[in-house]
Design a protein around this ligand. Structure first.
Ligand code: ZN
Length: 245
């Protein structure tokens, strides 16, 4: 028997639709590129039937307010969906963590306290956290490349720049989970309540050296010499932590 009564869509949006909306937007707000976003019905406020991705968008709270309060025209909303900000700019961007995050950094089973350059490869800091002496603010800088040498994550003085070329980037519960390809374990960067910045499932390549790190340890894989493995190290109060080269 068919129902003639119009039903509202359930509040639950299927994961596949959420991912489609993130990918379509380039992993940031359709309008401004912020990376902490929600899934909104921007062309179908009544949400009368199923969640239709053609009428939805990945959008930050600030921009959502402008749409629902009608500061943005319907045509402008449609244009943003057709030509998302992040894809035009080349990356999504936002200051994600609070500036007190990162006094302690965990990478796999390696913990560092008061270290300025956590990971240095061939004299280049790949992950570094500088504490500004004038105000104590912590500035996180990260540059991670994939196996083809493409930059897939860049953090410049705390501002995250996420490339739309990834398969998925999800920001939930104080974590950023970045999956370069479907089926890959996501690189997770998270801020814990105690101010610890944690990197999980690291796997990237820098100038020919592949770095992997998980709870079992950190490994550096070289093209023509045996790998180096570091298990459960605790490093403190140094300019540089792990130096490879
Ligand atoms: Zn926005």
């Amino acid at each position: 028997m068919s129902h003639t009564r119009t039903r509202r869509a359930s509040r639950h949006i299927p994961d596949a639709i959420k991912r489609q909306l993130r990918q379509e937007a380039g992993f940031g707000c359709l309008f401004c590129g912020a990376i902490i976003c929600t899934y909104e019905h921007i062309l179908d406020f009544a949400q009368s039937r199923a969640h239709d991705p053609d009428k939805m968008g990945y959008i930050c709270h600030q921009c959502h307010g402008k749409v629902t309060r009608k500061y943005w025209s319907k045509a402008a909303v449609e244009a943003a969906k057709e030509d998302p900000y992040c894809k035009r700019l080349g990356f999504a961007h936002e200051f994600v963590f609070s500036p007190d995050t990162g006094k302690t950094v965990k990478m796999g089973s390696v913990t560092m306290d008061g270290v300025q350059n956590q990971l240095v490869i061939f004299d280049e800091p790949v992950i570094s956290i500088a504490c500004q002496p004038e105000d104590g603010l912590i500035l996180l800088n990260v540059r991670l490349h994939d196996e083809k040498g493409q930059l897939f994550l860049e953090i410049v003085d705390n501002e995250w720049r996420i490339r739309p070329s990834s398969w998925d980037v999800e920001c939930v519960g104080g974590r950023v989970a970045l999956q370069r390809k479907s089926g890959d374990k996501p690189l997770i960067i998270s801020s814990r309540d105690d101010g610890v910045l944690e990197f999980q499932n690291m796997d990237f390549k820098h100038r020919g050296v592949r770095i992997t790190a998980d709870r079992a340890g950190m490994q550096a894989h070289f093209p023509n010499r045996p790998p180096i493995t570091i298990h459960g190290a605790h490093l403190a109060d140094a300019i540089s932590g792990i130096v490879i080269g």
